[in-house]
Write a protein that binds this ligand. Sequence first.
Ligand code: ZN
Ligand code: ZN
Length: 241
Amino acid sequence: MESRTTVDGWWQRLGFALLPSRCLLCRGAGKRRRDLCAACETDLRPNATACACCGEPLALAQDWCGRCLKRRPAFQSTWAPLLYAPPLSGLLTRFKFAGDLAAGRVLAELALDHWHRQAPARPEALLPVPLHVDRLCERGYNQALELARPLARGSGITLLPDALRRERATPAQSGLSALARRRNLKGAFRVRDGIVLPAHVALVDDVMTTGATAQECALALRRAGVGRVDIWAIARAPSRN
Ligand SMILES: [Zn+2]
Ligand SMILES: [Zn+2]
């Protein structure tokens, strides 16, 4: 068993060294062994002026958006370095709905690059937004966990992959208004019994849209005694309310 693992590892490394990287977006040559080229990477739009609390893209730099000022969310801050827009949205769709794990790897590498550059406040643990077990069986992987794992490895922050559970299977969120999303998710998440969580955690997701999922997860974590919850997502979509 051990030798097989070693051979697999060796074979994988060899394949990695021999195969040229190809840009997943334009099929051009990849940059530094990454399946993304320099030109396509510059097409990714940064979420440069955003609400410090919910990450909502704003036209002008200001600390908090009107919505967060009016009603403070259960989470404290959002780190979402890129805007959910083409061509990034295409990569995210391929990763999430088409089983394209190469797209997932590129997204995780991008997230880690931005993490190193921007150094968001350091939590004591990373928790992926959980999928319901039915959805997990259907898809075969949790996209949030696939992003959280390399972020944890690259940052040295503890990963707690199973601390939060999705109790209810909820209908797909896309196409729902913010209000409908909130109703849809009420009480959907719970901290697993017997888990002791640190005082400061970051919840990892692929995309943050209205913040309804983030809010429900943060509420469950705060109820379980967590003092501070931050949201980490690779991309932020402007919410439509
Ligand atoms: Zn390209
Ligand atoms: Zn906000």
